[in-house]
Design a protein around this ligand. Structure first.
Ligand code: MN
Length: 314
């Protein structure tokens, strides 16, 4: 059983480094800081470091630790929520003594010495919650529980995504027993700034609609500047289109300057049609109903919209 092996590795390691993907969402940060916090709840003498250069742009998270190369070389590296090696934020993970991957994305390119990959889990935080429940009688601080709960809440969009299951709710329920402040945490994660409130009005009023069922927008750099939005923050507004009865799929593309002209990154979402196969054709990927694409030309954006639209009508 893989939970056994993860526990054994943690018990046996003096130094543990925890890595996440670049441009971390709350599941990446939550699983990373939740695991670090839980290890220290139970083994305060261990050296545990959470690494990564980028800072999450939702919720409130500690800043990453800084460690030298030698410490990483001597460590057990646990990489959370990251499907492939290229996406790990801090490539020094590869130099660690032992590498353990914990993830819920499709495992196209396994890496490391051992792994727990469960694609039926709605979040990596759900896997870690199950892991902690498996480690009976362990200490779970409120902080640990809140980090993991935050990852579950955001990856499942408040337990509404198609991969939310009874097991997800069970895992969240388990965490809440350790004192999670549900309304406060929810406000920390989902309340928006006035700036964001205003930008949501822009993104709603500028939606383009294909055949009533596909809503999308391509956000120019000038608009992101005007509203003080980064590209990744802008794409996170894709959820603004997620509650329109007529929409089967919805996308937000952001413009950027590439070496040979304008390029586009996109966030793609759908209710039921599969879109990650389309994303994979265009340097992207992700979950069945939530994927991302990068570095597209303008005509590739149109191709993707056309492919999604055709799939809706299949
Ligand atoms: Mn995740």
């Amino acid at each position: 059983m893989s939970f056994d092996r993860l526990l054994q590795q943690i018990e046996g390691a003096k130094i543990i480094t925890i890595f996440r993907h670049s441009n971390p969402d709350c599941d990446a940060a939550g699983s990373q800081f939740g695991l670090k916090s839980w290890i220290l709840d139970n083994w305060p003498e261990k050296q545990v470091y959470a690494l990564g250069l980028d800072h999450p742009n939702q919720g409130e998270w500690p800043y990453s630790d800084e460690v030298d190369d030698e410490t990483i070389r001597q460590s057990l590296a646990i990489v959370v929520d990251t499907a492939n090696v290229e996406r790990v934020d801090d490539q020094r993970f590869a130099t660690a003594q032992y590498i353990f991957k914990v993830d819920h994305h499709p495992d196209h390119t396994p890496y490391g010495n051992d792994q727990i990959v469960d694609v039926s889990s709605a979040a990596t935080c759900q896997i870690l919650s199950d892991f902690i429940a498996f480690c009976k009688e362990s200490t779970v601080s409120k902080k640990t529980a809140e980090y993991l709960y935050a990852g579950m809440l955001t990856d499942t969009l408040n337990f509404t995504t198609s991969n939310t299951t009874a097991d997800s709710l069970q895992a969240a329920g388990f965490l809440c027993r350790f004192g999670v402040n549900i309304p406060e945490l929810s406000r920390t994660l989902f309340d928006r700034s006035l700036k964001g409130f205003r930008f949501s009005a822009w993104i709603r009023s500028n939606v383009s609609i294909m055949d009533d069922h596909l809503g999308y927008v391509i956000v120019p750099m000038s608009i992101m500047d005007e509203y003080g939005m980064t590209a990744s923050k802008t794409r996170s507004f894709v959820d603004e289109y997620g509650h329109v009865r007529e929409f089967e799929a919805w996308c937000v593309f952001t413009e950027k300057m590439g070496e040979e002209g304008l390029l586009y990154d996109g966030s793609l979402r759908s209710k039921t049609v599969r879109i990650n196969d389309i994303a994979e054709k265009y340097h992207g990927g992700g979950h069945v109903n939530a994927s991302g694409v990068k570095n597209l030309t303008r005509s590739q954006v149109d191709e993707i919209l056309d492919l999604i639209n055709r799939k809706i009508h299949m």
